[in-house]
Write a protein that binds this ligand. Structure first.
Ligand code: PPS
Length: 586
C-alpha cells in the first residue's frame, strides 16, 4: 500500500466512516474555495459522493486512487486487503485532468446548482483502461450491459483519486422521513431493539411475490425487515422512484406490525450482477443490516446481443457465499417466487410440485398491460399498487404523444401538420401544440443558421419542448425539416420514456417540392442566393425508422392526416372519448 492511499482505508469492522467536517472547518474550506478548480458532479458522482460522505461506502474515505482501483478491479480487494467489489472513481475530462497537480491540488466538488458539497485532495490523476475495467468488473465489454455502456460511452476518460472532506450532503426535498443515513438507520434499529435486520434491495415496484419473499426471508432468520430500495440511478427504463416509493409505502401495512421499515438508498446502481450483490450487502451492513436477501438474477443487467443473459440466475448467490465471512452479512438466498394457482399461494420455483400450474407476469408483460389498460390480476399485485402504477403510467390512449414530421422544404409537412392539429382539436381531451419549422425558428431558434451544428441544436430544442409536452400528457406536433438521422434518433430516445413518438416521413420527391416552390426558396437556392439549402446544396438523410411514410404526390393533406390518425389508433394512442381504442377493447 502506498502512503498516499493508506488513509483512504480504515479497518472495516462495523465502523462507520464520516467524511463530513465540523462547521468551523467547513467555513475555512469555503473561504478557500475560489483557489481551487471546481468540478460539477454528474448524477452518478453525486450519488457516490453522498454515500461516501454519509459512510454508506465505509471504509472508503474518498474516490479511489489507482492502487485501490486496480486491486478492486482485479480481485475485489482494496490495498488494505479489505473486500470491495466495485470501483468508486471520480471521472473527469482530459481538459480538467490536465489542470490538476497530484499531491498539491484540491478540487471543489459541486452539485448542479453550483453548491460546494465537498473538497477533494488530488492524490492521483490517471487515464484508466476502461475496456479492461469493464472486462474485469462486469465480465463483458458489450455496451448492451448498462454498466458497461455507462463506463465506455458516458463516463469521462480520466480518473482522479483522493480523500474527500464533506461540507454537506446533497439536498433532497422528497420523502424526507425515508432518507436515512447509515448512522440514522443504525440508531433507529437500536432504538427499536432490532438486533437482527434483513435488508431487501430493490429497483422495481414490489408485488405480491416480493412481499411474500421478504416476509418469508425475515421469518426464516427471525429478523426484522428493512425494505431498502435504490433511488439514485437504476436501470434505464425503470419505473421512476417517486412512484415506486409510493407503492412501497402502500405495502407496509401487509407485514405484521412493528417488523418492517422502509428507507431510501441514494445508490447509483451499476447492474453488475454478482459483484453488485456483494457491494449491496457491504452497503447494507453499513446501514445496520445483519442479513441480506439475494434472489434470482440480483442486479441483473439483462441479455447480450444474442439474447444470452450476462450472468447466470444464481451467480450472485454463489459469489456471495464464497465471500460471506468477509462481507460480515449473512446471505438469505431465495429462488424466484411463483404463484401456484390451485392453492392460491406463492412458493419458490424449486418447490413447485410436479404437474402444478404456476402463473407469473413478467415486467415486460406488466408494462404492456399498463400501456393497454389491460387487466392486472389480484393474485399478482394489490389493487392499491395497481392504482398507483396506473396514475403514473396511464394507458397509451391517455399518454402524451409527439408526432415529428421530417421532409424537405415544400414537401407538405406544415400543411399536413395543420390538418392534424385541427383534427385533434376537434376531438379534444388532450392539449395540442404545433411546433412548425418556421414558428420554432422565430421563437426558439432565431439566432441559428443552417449548418449541421445549428440544425442539430434546433432539433434538440424541439425535442426538449416536445418531451416536456409529452411528459405532461399533451400532443406535440413538430414539423421541421430535421434532415439528420442521428439527432432524430436522439429525439426519439428523449421522448419514448414519457409517451408516444411517431416519426412521419413526408417523402415527397425533390422534383415535386422544387416544382411547387411555394416560397421561391428553391429558385434562390439554385441561384446560389440561399446557401446550405436542403436537397440542393445540403444533405437530407431519409429515415430508416419512420413510423409512417407519406408521399404528398399521391395523397391529399387530409388523406395524409388520416393515415397518421389510423396509425395512432392502431398503436393505441387514440380512442373514442377517452375510452380505449377499438383495437384494445377487442
Ligand atoms: S432544420 O434543418 O430542421 O433545422 O430546418 P427548419 O428549422 O425546419 O427550417 C426550415 C425552414 O427554413 C427555411 N429555410 C431553409 N430550409 C432549408 N435549408 C436552408 N438553407 C434554409 N434557409 C431557410 C425554409 O422555409 C424551411 O421551411 P419549410 O417549412 O421546411 O419550407
Amino acid at each position: 500500500m502506498t502512503a498516499a492511499t493508506a488513509h483512504l482505508v480504515a479497518p472495516h469492522g462495523n465502523e462507520l466512516i464520516n467524511l463530513l467536517v465540523d462547521s468551523a472547518k467547513a467555513a475555512e474550506l469555503k473561504a478557500h474555495s475560489t483557489e481551487w478548480p471546481s468540478w460539477d458532479l454528474t448524477a452518478r458522482q453525486l450519488c457516490d459522493l453522498e454515500l461516501l460522505m454519509s459512510g454508506g461506502f465505509s471504509p472508503l474515505g474518498g474516490f479511489m486512487t489507482r492502487a485501490d482501483y486496480e486491486g478492486v478491479c482485479c480481485n475485489m480487494k482494496l490495498t488494505s486487503g479489505v473486500l470491495w467489489p466495485m470501483p468508486i472513481t471520480l471521472d473527469v475530462t482530459e481538459e480538467f485532468a490536465k489542470k490538476l497537480k497530484p499531491g498539491s491540488s484540491r478540487i471543489a466538488l459541486r452539485d448542479p446548482e453550483g453548491v460546494m458539497l465537498a473538497v477533494m485532495q488530488v492524490e492521483e490523476v490517471w487515464q484508466p483502461d476502461r475496456r479492461a475495467e469493464a472486462d474485469l468488473v462486469f465480465k463483458t465489454t458489450s455496451t448492451m450491459h448498462p454498466g458497461v455502456d455507462y463506463l465506455l460511452n458516458k463516463a469521462n476518460s480520466w480518473y482522479v483519486g483522493g480523500r474527500v472532506e464533506g461540507l454537506q450532503l446533497p439536498s433532497h426535498y422528497d420523502f424526507k422521513t425515508l432518507r436515512l443515513t447509515p448512522a440514522e438507520l443504525r440508531n433507529e434499529f437500536s432504538r427499536l431493539g432490532w438486533r437482527r435486520v434483513v435488508a431487501f434491495q430493490t429497483r422495481n415496484p414490489m408485488h405480491r411475490a416480493h412481499q411474500e419473499l421478504t416476509f418469508r426471508a425475515a421469518k426464516k432468520v427471525e429478523a426484522s425487515l428493512l425494505i431498502h430500495p435504490s433511488v439514485g440511478m437504476t436501470k434505464p427504463g425503470d419505473v421512476d422512484y417517486f412512484t415506486r416509493v409510493r407503492c412501497y409505502q402502500l405495502l407496509l401495512s401487509k407485514y405484521p406490525a412493528g417488523t418492517v421499515k422502509l428507507a431510501m438508498l441514494p445508490l447509483a446502481m451499476r447492474m453488475g450482477g454478482p459483484r453488485e450483490a456483494v457491494w449491496h450487502a457491504l452497503i447494507r451492513k453499513n446501514h445496520g443490516a445483519t442479513h441480506f436477501i439475494v434472489g434470482r438474477d440480483h442486479a441483473g443487467p439483462g441479455s447480450d446481443a444474442n439474447g444470452k443473459p450476462f450472468y447466470g440466475p444464481y451467480d450472485a448467490q454463489a459469489l456471495f457465499k464464497k465471500h460471506e465471512a468477509e462481507i460480515g452479512v449473512t446471505m438469505v438466498p431465495f429462488n424466484m417466487m411463483v404463484y401456484l394457482e390451485d392453492q392460491d399461494r406463492y412458493i419458490p420455483d424449486n418447490e413447485v410440485p410436479d404437474g402444478s400450474r404456476v402463473l407469473n407476469i413478467s415486467g415486460t408483460e406488466l408494462r404492456r398491460r399498463l400501456n393497454e389498460g389491460g387487466e392486472i390480476p389480484g393474485w399478482f399485485t394489490y389493487p392499491e399498487v395497481v392504482e398507483e402504477l396506473r396514475r403514473s403510467y396511464p394507458p397509451r390512449y391517455q399518454q402524451g404523444v409527439t408526432i415529428l414530421f421530417t421532409g424537405l422544404s415544400g414537401s407538405g409537412k406544415s400543411t399536413i401538420a395543420n390538418v392534424l392539429l385541427t383534427k385533434f382539436l376537434e376531438v379534444g381531451g388532450r392539449p395540442v401544440t404545433l411546433l412548425d419549422g418556421d414558428i420554432v425558428r422565430k421563437h426558439l431558434s432565431s439566432e441559428l443558421g443552417f449548418s449541421k451544428e445549428h440544425r442539430d441544436i434546433n432539433i434538440r430544442r424541439i425535442g426538449f419542448v416536445a418531451s416536456e409536452i409529452t411528459k405532461n400528457g399533451g400532443i406535440a406536433i413538430c414539423a421541421p425539416i430535421a434532415p439528420y438521422d442521428s439527432v432524430r434518433k436522439q429525439v426519439r430516445r428523449m421522448i419514448e420514456p414519457y409517451g408516444g413518438y411517431i416519426l412521419v416521413h413526408v417523402a415527397t420527391p425533390i422534383e415535386i417540392c422544387e416544382q411547387r416552390d411555394r416560397k421561391g426558396l428553391y429558385a434562390k437556392a439554385r441561384a446560389g442566393i440561399i446557401k446550405e439549402f436542403t436537397g440542393i446544396s445540403d444533405p437530407y438523410e431519409a429515415p430508416d425508422d419512420a413510423d409512417v411514410v407519406i408521399n404528398t404526390a399521391d395523397l391529399t393533406p387530409e388523406e395524409s392526416a388520416q393515415e397518421i390518425i389510423l396509425h395512432l389508433e392502431r398503436e393505441g394512442f387514440i380512442g373514442a372519448n377517452g375510452q380505449p381504442p377499438a383495437s384494445v377493447r377487442a
